[in-house]
Design a protein around this ligand. Structure first.
Ligand code: AGP
Length: 619
């Protein structure tokens, strides 16, 4: 949603803040700002636009980023924004300074009762310079700070939190206490980076991984006081709270582009490696080991159903998971978008297993859906990429994807890794309850182990996709049509195309198009059709013939074994053969590449698409 950073220590504060914001830009990038204390003065520089424009504004304001000057800066905070209240503008960007200039605040989340608080503060004489909910927090904290005779900023923050309703990751810098930052967390992530004679805070580890790998994930309703040498964590009443220091395994270059034009291309090229990292360690001696997760035969046999909740790309992975579990385990599965599930009346209870899928582990819709499932008695197993994230910590159990940090807003490698976990789960469960034979069990394991090389072979042919995109990127709209697993794949790749190229796109079940939507097909309409399921080849051939006869231009994604089949398509992209059940792992990659190149040729900002953010921590 937004990215926040903070630093106290002897290093180049402005450099650390700006570099940190640059790594967090995928969380929101319509405006950015920094606030810091230099020579006892509270400075604030913020503006609409990317972090690189903020960097320029900092230099133009006469603050240099080199070491010899910045040791006059004692502490600082920064923010990169995805607008919720108030359009992107200089005034609405964070940090927000309180009216009397005592403090600055950065915030990720939503203050739901901001209007009520705003009118209360106006009656107390406060004036507002922005339309944001965050400025209300800044003024409210200062109001209490003054009520406490400007003696205790920590107490003022804690008192303000009692009035605030909503979600927040807040960080406060007060001119009277230049040696410390105060942070508060509820429903939005704050990670504390523990250094030697320096400390960091950020929305996620990518902003500090260059400096420290020792981190503390703040829990909900906690308040942090951080100086360069120590951290103190309490609850909102000031009572000390236990915390654990974890060590992250990611390395610094995993948050750099590594020579690729975009993070998205780098991350697609990582798919062979991360699929192997997610799957291979969990297959040993002909068996699948889901680490510490012990779901017994009795538990599975007692299940009435399995429920899958997620959002966006993770939801599309869940749809593939539904297909796999129903086909292999013969257990009924309901897969729904989290935001709908929360407000539905689902038929789930202690005889339901809920799979919760989330790359970031912070998506509020998904987190709230998990909370609902737990309240209804369901056991929750999360599939998450970010270690220590909120969903990972709050689920009954977690199976991590090993995708590494995914920086590009459009999810690619994380989706592939989520599929890896879902195949492992479906196969493990099916074999546990005797629904697949030992031979099938071993066969599918070998199929999974063969995926990385096959993914690499697809990447070697990416120029074929690039050429096709170069010929078609000016289309008004694109249809993705498929059946069964290929329909779920079509849903995912339609989203990919929309979110990075802004080309309107729809995914349709191949057999459904003729029931109305085919009216939209005309000369030159672009259609992409994955056809990987043998028993559906004939039906899909009819469906693409229907659109071909109406003038559509069709790209078919097909396995090697079908390349001799005469399809009514204009182009074919051949993927390596595999058991057709495994096809989604392979077929998604050319579709991701297609979306990428369409966006590149359209001149879009592939890694930071308009209106989006990597992790959506509002409902
Ligand atoms: C994926 O390309 C999108 N950026 C978005 O749909 C994303 O998958 C969704 O917001 C869920 O995020 P999560 O996996 O971090 O929960």
């Amino acid at each position: 949603m937004c990215g926040i950073v903070g630093y106290i220590g002897p290093r180049n504060t402005l450099g650390i803040l700006l570099n940190g914001l640059a790594t967090l830009e995928y969380r929101g990038y319509d405006s950015a700002g920094v606030s810091f204390i230099q020579d006892g003065k509270l400075e604030l520089i913020k503006k609409k636009g990317y972090v690189k424009e903020l960097r320029q504004a900092v230099a133009e304001a006469g603050f240099t980023l080199d070491d010899k000057h910045t040791n006059r800066i004692s502490s600082g905070i920064g923010h990169t924004r995805w607008a919720t209240h108030g359009a992107p503008s200089d005034e609405n960007s964070h940090p927000h300074m309180s009216m009397n200039g005592k403090l600055c605040v950065v915030h990720n989340g939503i203050i739901e009762n901001y209007a009520e608080l705003r009118s209360f503060l106006k009656k107390k004489g406060y004036k507002f310079a922005s339309e944001t909910d965050t400025e209300v927090a800044a003024q409210l904290i200062e109001y209490y700070y003054r009520l406490y005779d400007c003696t205790d900023i920590n107490a003022a923050v804690r008192r303000a939190l009692k009035d605030i309703v909503g979600s927040y990751a807040l960080c406060v810098l007060c001119v009277d206490t230049p040696d410390r930052l105060i942070c508060a967390k509820k429903d939005n992530p704050i990670v504390v980076g523990i250094g030697k004679g320096e400390n960091f805070i950020a929305s996620d580890v990518t902003a500090m991984i260059e400096y420290t790998k020792d981190v503390v994930f703040l829990e909900d309703n906690c308040v942090l006081t951080m100086t360069k040498d120590r951290i103190e964590i309490t609850d909102v009443y000031g009572e000390p709270v236990e915390y654990k220091v974890s060590t992250v395994e990611w390395d610094a270059d995993s948050v750099q582009k590594g020579g690729y034009a975009h993070f998205m291309m780098k991350e697609m090229h990582e798919e062979p490696k991360i699929f192997e990292a997610t799957v291979e360690p969990r297959i040993q001696d002909g068996h699948i080991h889901l680490e510490h997760i012990h779901i017994s035969k009795e538990f599975l046999e007692d299940l009435r159903n399995i429920n899958i909740v997620a959002c966006g790309t993770a939801y599309h992975a869940g749809c593939v998971g539904k297909y796999l579990i129903e086909k292999l385990c013969r257990i009924p599965v309901v897969c729904g978008v989290a935001s709908e599930f929360i407000y539905s009346d689902p038929i789930i209870d202690e005889h339901t297993l809920t799979l919760v899928i989330s790359q970031s582990g912070e998506t509020l819709d998904t987190r709230n859906a998990m909370k609902k499932a737990k309240e209804l008695g369901s056991y929750t197993l999360a599939i998450v990429n970010v270690i220590g994230s909120t969903i990972a910590r709050e689920a009954d159990d977690v199976l991590y994807t090993a995708a590494g940090p995914e920086i590009s807003v459009a999810s690619t490698k994380a989706y592939t890794a989520q599929l890896g976990c879902l195949y492992l789960i479906a196969l493990k469960f099916a074999h546990t309850i005797g629904k697949i034979s030992d031979e099938e069990y071993v066969h599918y394991q070998q199929e999974l182990l063969a995926m990385p090389d096959k993914l690499a072979k697809i990447l070697e042919k990416q120029k074929e996709i690039q050429r096709f995109a170069s010929e078609h990127f000016n289309v008004e709209s694109t249809f993705f049509i498929g059946r069964g697993l290929d329909y779920y794949l079509s849903m995912e790749t339609s989203l990919k195309l929309k979110e990075i190229s802004y080309i309107h796109s729809e995914a349709y079940a191949g057999g459904e198009l003729k029931h109305g939507t085919i009216a939209l097909i005309e000369e030159g309409t672009l259609v992409v059709s994955p056809i990987t399921q043998d028993e559906l080849v004939g039906k899909m051939e009819s469906n693409i013939k229907e659109v071909a006869t109406r003038g559509a231009t069709i790209l078919a994604i097909i396995p090697e074994r079908l390349k001799g089949v005469k399809f009514s398509c204009n182009e074919k992209f051949i993927i390596p053969d595999s058991d057709e059940l495994m096809a989604p792992i392979l077929a998604v990659l050319p579709c991701q590449l297609f979306a990428y190149y369409m966006a590149v040729y359209k001149g879009c900002d592939v890694d930071k698409p308009r209106n989006l953010a990597k992790s959506v921590t509002v409902e």
